[in-house]
Ligand binder design. Structure first.
Ligand code: NAD
Length: 302
């Protein structure tokens, strides 16, 4: 099996590292926040212990963790054949990282960008290897999700694309290939839906639980859009809709102020224990109430 680098050890990076390690790959996991590294390793350990209960495979946490070398230094990525980037959805942060990674990572390695919305060709242009640059939009939680969006950039070579497709197959993923565009297929639609659902709470049309209940009971969706927002990360939703807004310069993507306020307040969803719901009892999240018209959103104040 190959050595694969994973940069960013948040919600997605931890999941990608786990999925690679449980498929038998050696992994170097890097985050510039040491607390994120520690949290990722304990999340992976817990996910492995509970995998069976949640319908996944039987996993030995020690065996999975033994394949992961984690830290804050980019240098160990020098030996990786593929580097999967999963840092915060922010152009300036990603730009600075790719300029640095391009120096550290060996010349024949392939970069994989896991982004919610940023066009792959734009990210690839930051590097001296746009032919060896591929987008993969992983789904969350990564080890449990059977499919991904696979996105070649304008210059991606067929060899690089096939290498990444083979890596995804080894991880048990079906790769659904789409063309490069801001938000790809999934998030062009999903981010608008979640943003509008946030507007419904912000305007006091319904509280978070009622909005989600409509989607679950009327449409048969397993989760409502605001439960999905908490799973993805309310901050990540905001950053993604901001990327769409800036890219298309179209007011239909204007971010809901409630998403901004929740992001500023640290109400980022499951990963911080509170978002549209609170997660002191993870199996039974308690909903936040709707904001009244013109009032401060109770999602933030309660
Ligand atoms: P997150 O906020 O949970 O984690 C981001 C991590 O990146 C943090 O731990 C942060 O410390 C780290 N980081 C920031 N700058 C860094 C740098 N320069 N070097 C190393 N580490 C750095 O975010 P996430 O939800 O894991 O999202 C990561 C990426 O994946 C984003 O681009 C996001 O849009 C995309 N994505 C997210 C989801 C989802 O459901 N959350 C799904 C698909 C794709």
């Amino acid at each position: 099996m190959t050595l694969t680098g994973v940069v960013g050890a948040g919600v997605m990076g931890a999941g990608v590292a786990q999925n690679l390690a449980q498929a038998g790959h050696d992994v170097v996991l890097v985050d510039n926040d040491p607390d994120a590294v520690t949290k990722a390793l304990s999340t992976i350990e817990l996910n492995c212990r509970t995998s069976r209960l949640l319908g996944g495979p039987d996993l030995d946490p020690d065996a999975v963790l033994a394949r992961i070398t984690a830290g804050t230094d980019l240098a160990p990525l020098a030996d990786a054949e593929t580097v999967i980037e999963n840092i915060t959805e922010n152009w300036e942060l990603k730009r600075a990282l790719y300029l640095e990674l391009d120096q550290v990572v060996r010349a024949d390695a392939v970069f994989v960008a896991n982004t919610s919305a940023i066009p792959i060709t734009r990210l690839a242009s930051l590097t001296r290897r746009p032919r060896q640059f591929v987008g993969v939009h992983f789904m969350n939680p990564v080890p449990m999700k059977p499919a991904v969006e696979l996105i070649p950039g304008h210059h991606t070579s067929p060899e690089a694309l096939e290498r990444v497709r083979a890596l995804l197959t080894s991880m048990g993923k079906k790769a659904i290939q789409v063309n490069d565009a801001c938000g790809f297929v999934s998030n062009r639609v999903l981010m608008l839906t979640v943003n509008e659902a946030a507007f419904l709470v912000h305007e006091g049309v319904a509280d978070a639980e009622t909005v989600d209940e409509v989607f679950r009971s009327c449409f048969g969706h397993p989760m409502g859009p605001l439960q999905t927002a908490d799973l993805i990360g309310v901050d990540t939703i905001l950053y993604s809709i901001e990327v769409l807004h800036e890219h298309f310069a179209d007011s239909k993507y204007r971010p809901c102020p409630l998403l901004k306020q929740m992001t500023d307040a640290g109400l980022h969803g499951r990963k911080t224990g509170r978002g549209f719901y609170t997660y002191d009892a993870p199996a039974a999240p308690s909903p936040v109430a709707a904001a009244g018209n013109g009032s401060r959103p109770s999602a933030v104040t309660r």
